[in-house]
Design a protein around this ligand. Structure first.
Ligand SMILES: C[C@](O)(CO)[C@H](O)COP(=O)(O)OP(=O)(O)OC[C@H]1O[C@@H](n2ccc(N)nc2=O)[C@H](O)[C@@H]1O
Ligand SMILES: Nc1ncnc2c1ncn2[C@@H]1O[C@H](COP(=O)(O)OP(=O)(O)OP(=O)(O)O)[C@@H](O)[C@H]1O
Length: 346
């Protein structure tokens, strides 16, 4: 038996330019993704044929630790299971082991490698990234599970099969193998260039409801508004992620799907305007009086439903987080980061 620990960071899209729908059901996308320090933690154990192990795992408040027994009978092939631990007050989502993107990632990698060993991969995921938020939590868990399975199976972490598996799982997964800040095209899975990461404090604010990514794209198609070529030229010329303009053409469709998003924008504007200019003067100064315009330095995360706000200091981030929680939102102070999905040192 072998256990390793991994981190799976969240992301935001500093720039998300959705283009035309392709015959495969996916849209052409030009995006600049930026990793956050906020991350899920994954513990991954490989149990081989003939072994019987008893793992001590986190459970719930009533029973903080529980024993979990795993046996691998001969001829059973690969099996994968997961224990999801919801942290940070995130409402637990009902995800079967079969549908869990991290479990899927392990199975896809085994298939692409032609690996047919009798073995069990057990995952414990400590969830700090809320799902259906546009923060890519599930995709990042999948990327970390690929890195973890590769380490447990002695596969070179730079082997192309890992990138191939990531692309098969979903559009966002490939980014988390690179992390930091990067320009991606295609379905949002082809790396074009890397930038120096941003490093400021960020607050994530999420209303109670999530948004389905597929539904956000379908709503976009009803009245598409495309980014212009001048904007794309800026992305290709930039070397530092701080040069990237904040832009997301899924913001308007997401607001149509979820009116609570306009309330979040209003909350951010009012909080930073109403005598709290020191909370985030950048947002306050640029907010103007027009309530239909988003305050500067704040943008929808991917397809939503979370919004991120760039703050000038740790104090400003904590003040905004506290105000957002008081207003009934899920909120979390974090920062931009250069991390990626990775194994932690033993
Ligand atoms: C909104 C973003 O998070 C921005 O980074 C991504 O584009 C979404 O990436 P993701 O969650 O990994 O998406 P996937 O799980 O691959 O796809 C979910 C659904 O979103 C839609 N989808 C996704 C990516 C893309 N380039 N075009 C699409 O139309 C498709 O309907 C797809 O069936
Ligand atoms: N390990 C996982 N963590 C979270 N969600 C998962 C996981 N595995 C599968 N899912 C499913 O994926 C859906 C999207 O979750 P995710 O956290 O990736 O949302 P998202 O951030 O909106 O996605 P994205 O930004 O990639 O579009 C969830 O509704 C959930 O059913």
């Amino acid at each position: 038996m072998q256990t390793i620990n991994l981190i799976a960071p969240a992301k935001v899209n500093l720039f998300l330019g959705v283009g035309r729908l392709q015959p495969d059901g996916y849209h052409e996308v030009t995006t600049v993704m930026q990793a956050l320090a906020l991350h899920d933690t994954i513990h991954m154990t490989l149990v081989s044929s003939g072994e019987q192990v008893v793992l001590a795992e986190p459970c719930d408040e009533a029973q903080p630790i529980r024993e979990h027994t795993i046996e691998v009978p001969a001829g059973s092939g690969l099996s994968v299971s997961v224990n999801m631990q919801w942290r940070e007050g995130i409402a637990p989502a009902d995800i079967t082991d079969q549908d869990n993107l991290a479990c899927r990632a392990v199975r896809v990698l085994a298939r692409l490698m032609g690996r047919t060993n009798d073995e069990h991969v057990r995952l414990v995921i400590e969830k700090h990234i809320p799902p259906q938020s546009g923060l890519g939590g599930g995709s990042s868990d999948a990327a970390a599970a690929l890195i973890g399975a590769a380490a447990l199976w002695n596969v070179d972490p730079t082997d192309q099969v890992i990138y191939q598996a990531a692309q098969e799982i979903g559009a966002d997964t490939a980014f988390f193998l690179h992390g930091g800040s990067a320009l991606l095209e295609g379905r949002g899975d082809i790396l074009r260039k890397r930038y120096r990461s941003r490093s400021e404090q960020v607050v994530i604010i999420r209303p109670a409801e999530g948004i389905s990514t597929a539904q956000a794209y379908r709503t976009f198609d009803k009245a598409p508004v495309y980014s212009c070529d001048d904007m794309l030229a800026v992305l290709h010329d930039a070397t530092d992620a701080s040069e990237i303009p904040l832009y997301n053409n899924l913001q308007a469709p997401a607001e149509l799907l979820l009116p609570a998003l306009s309330d979040v924008k209003g909350f951010i504007r009012n909080t930073t305007r109403a005598g709290n200019a020191e909370v985030n003067s950048t947002v306050a100064d640029s907010a103007g009086e027009d309530d239909s315009v988003a305050p500067k330095d704040c943008l929808l995360c991917g397809s939503g439903s979370a919004t991120f706000v760039v703050c000038e200091s740790l104090e400003a981030a904590h003040a905004l987080t506290a105000a957002a929680r008081l207003a009934g939102y899920w909120a979390r102070a974090t920062s931009f980061s250069s991390i990626r999905a990775a194994q932690l040192p033993r």
